[in-house]
Write a protein that binds this ligand. Structure first.
Ligand SMILES: [Zn+2]
Ligand SMILES: [Zn+2]
Length: 112
């Protein structure tokens, strides 16, 4: 028994917005989860700086750069990590409490 590889279908990792299994598609043909069905991928930029067009192809979504041609969809997402995951300011580490060092005068005396 062996598993037959189904090219083009097993490559989809999930919703590009949240990573959940993509059970739906948005109007661009991008596989997304139901919660993000109405979201569009806008403003993806290529490495060359041009804006990418999101296209729906036979094997799923891909991107198209006016200068570079077709760009792998997954790669386009990797090039635009900030677009999909809004930057959340990192919480400052305030949990580390400063250890109070109390030096008593009689201990201080020992250092002399
Ligand atoms: Zn999603
Ligand atoms: Zn390009």
């Amino acid at each position: 028994m062996y598993l037959r590889k189904r090219y083009g279908e097993s490559r989809i990792d999930g919703c590009p917005f949240c990573g959940k299994p993509s059970t739906s598609k948005n109007s661009q043909g991008v596989p997304v989860c139901i919660a993000h069905k109405k979201l569009l991928l806008d403003g993806l930029r290529c490495v060359c700086g041009s804006f990418l067009d999101v296209m729906a192809g036979k094997w799923g979504a891909y991107c198209r750069c006016p200068k570079c041609g077709n760009v792998n969809f997954k790669r386009a997402l990797e090039m635009n990590p900030n677009l999909l995951k809004p930057q959340v300011p990192k919480p400052q580490k305030s949990s580390e409490k400063k250890k109070e060092v109390v030096i008593r005068s009689d201990e201080l005396h020992l250092y002399y």
